[in-house]
Design a protein around this ligand. Structure first.
Ligand code: M6R
Length: 364
C-alpha cells in the first residue's frame, strides 16, 4: 500500500527517519551509552582485517563503511563488487571477517562470494533486510536492517538502514580493538541517535527539490562529485538518477575531476556537488570552482555554513542541517534520492519499476 504517496519509492524515502530509528534501536543501548551487536559465533577482537563485498547501492553503503572501519577501528579494509571478488583470487587470510551487504539477501553474485569466503576460512557477517534470506541463514554474525519491505526497485530506505548498522558495527569493532574510550563511544551513540531527526529535516526540502527537477531533467549527462564518505554518496546519486530517470550520470571523487572528466564540462552538464562543511570542504569547493570556470552549472548540497561560503555562483543550493560527519551520509542520502525521484517523475518514467531492472538480481 502506497498510502498517500504516488510511488513506493516516494513512500520509502519518507519512511526513512522511522525505519532508521527502528534499526538503530536494536544496535544502541541508549541508557548505557553503548553500541551493541547481536550474538556471534566468534570473537570480534580477534578480527584483523575486513573484506566488504556487495553490489549496487549496497556496495556504496560498504564504501562508506570502509571510511568508518579505518577511522574508528584502524582496521585494514578491502572492498569489492561481488561479481569481481568471486572471480579474482582474493587473498583471504586467517583472522579475516568477510562482510556482505544486501537488501534482499539473495543477490546471486553476493551469495556466491559469501560461499567462497566461507570456504576460504573467513568469518561471515551479513547486513540484510530480509531476515529469512539465504545470506541471513549462512551468517556467523547476522546484522539485520529493520527497513521493512522495500518495493521500489531503487533502493532508498534499505540503504540508509545499512549505513546505520554499519556505523554501529564500526563502533563495535573499534571497541573490541581497544580503540574507543567510553566517552568516545557515548558520543558516537549520541550522534547516531540524532540521525532520524536530521533526516526528517532533510525531507522538509522535498518541495524545493521538486521545483529544481527541471534543472536536471533536460540534461543528457549529469556529474556528481564528493570527497571522503561523500564520494560514495556521489556514486549513489548517479546510480539513483540513471536507474530511474535514464539520464546518463557519473559519480566522481571530486579530486579526480581534473584527471579527465573535466573535459566533459560545459553549460549543458549539471554538476551536483555533495559537500557538508568540514575539513574536506575547501578542497571540494576548489574542484567545484574549476567546474564553474568552464561554464558548468552546479547544484550544491551543503549546510548553512558551506552554502554561505560557496553557494554564490551555483544555479541552486540545497541546505542540509549541520550534522556530525558520522551521520552526514545518512542525511545527505535524502536530497540525493529526492532529486532523482523528482527528475524521474518529471520525465514520466516508471519510477518503481524502471526498465530492464529487477528488484532482486538472482542470476549472475
Ligand atoms: O538486494 P541487494 O542489496 O543485494 O541488491 C544489490 C543491487 O542489485 C541493488 O542495490 C541495485 O543496485 C538497486 N536497484 C539500486 O537502487
Amino acid at each position: 500500500d502506497k498510502g498517500n504517496h504516488r510511488h513506493f519509492m516516494q513512500k520509502e524515502i519518507f519512511e526513512q527517519p522511522v525505519v532508521v530509528a527502528q534499526t538503530l534501536k536494536s544496535y544502541l543501548r541508549r541508557l548505557e551509552n553503548q553500541v551493541a551487536l547481536p550474538d556471534m559465533s566468534f570473537d570480534l577482537s580477534e578480527i584483523r582485517r575486513v573484506t566488504i563485498v556487495a553490489c549496487g547501492t549496497s556496495f556504496y553503503a560498504g564504501m562508506v563503511a570502509k571510511y568508518w572501519f579505518e577511522k574508528f577501528a584502524r582496521m585494514p579494509v578491502d572492498i569489492d563488487v561481488a561479481s569481481e571478488f568471486r572471480y579474482r583470487e582474493p587473498v583471504l587470510e586467517p583472522g579475516g571477517l568477510a562482510l556482505f551487504i544486501s537488501q534482499s539477501g539473495e543477490t546471486a553474485d553476493t551469495l556466491a562470494a559469501l560461499r567462497h569466503a566461507r570456504a576460504e576460512g573467513q568469518k561471515i557477517a551479513v547486513v540484510v533486510n530480509v531476515p529469512t534470506s539465504s545470506m541471513a541463514r549462512e551468517a556467523d554474525l547476522l546484522l539485520p536492517t529493520h527497513a521493512g519491505p522495500e518495493i521500489g526497485v531503487a533502493s532508498t530506505k534499505a540503504f540508509t538502514c545499512q549505513l546505520a548498522v554499519l556505523a554501529a558495527l564500526a563502533a563495535n569493532l573499534a571497541r573490541a580493538k581497544g580503540r574507543l574510550t567510553a566517552e568516545e563511544e557515548a558520543e558516537i551513540v549520541a550522534h547516531l541517535a540524532e540521525a532520524p531527526e536530521a533526516m526528517n529535516h532533510a525531507l522538509g526540502h522535498d518541495e524545493e527539490i521538486q521545483a529544481m527537477a527541471h534543472l536536471v531533467s533536460g540534461a543528457r549527462d549529469v556529474l556528481y562529485l564528493g570527497r571522503g564518505p561523500d564520494y560514495p554518496m556521489a556514486l549513489e546519486g548517479a546510480l539513483k538518477l540513471k536507474e530511474i530517470s535514464y539520464i546518463h550520470a557519473e559519480g566522481y571523487a571530486a579530486g579526480e575531476m581534473k584527471h579527465g572528466p573535466i573535459a566533459l564540462i560545459d553549460e549543458s552538464v549539471p554538476v551536483i556537488v555533495i559537500a557538508p562543511s568540514g575539513p574536506l570542504f575547501e578542497k571540494t569547493v576548489s574542484n567545484m570552482q574549476e567546474v564553474q570556470a568552464r561554464g558548468g552549472k552546479v547544484i550544491l548540497i551543503s549546510d548553512k555554513e558551506g552554502i554561505a561560503l560557496a553557494g554564490e555562483g551555483c544555479i541552486a543550493t540545497i541546505e542540509m542541517p549541520r550534522v556530525h560527519p558520522l551521520i552526514a551520509p545518512l542525511v545527505y542520502a535524502v536530497p540525493v534520492q529526492l532529486l532523482a525521484y523528482h527528475v524521474a517523475v518529471a520525465k514520466g518514467t516508471d519510477v518503481d519499476q524502471p526498465r530492464n531492472l529487477a528488484k532482486s538480481v538472482t542470476v549472475e
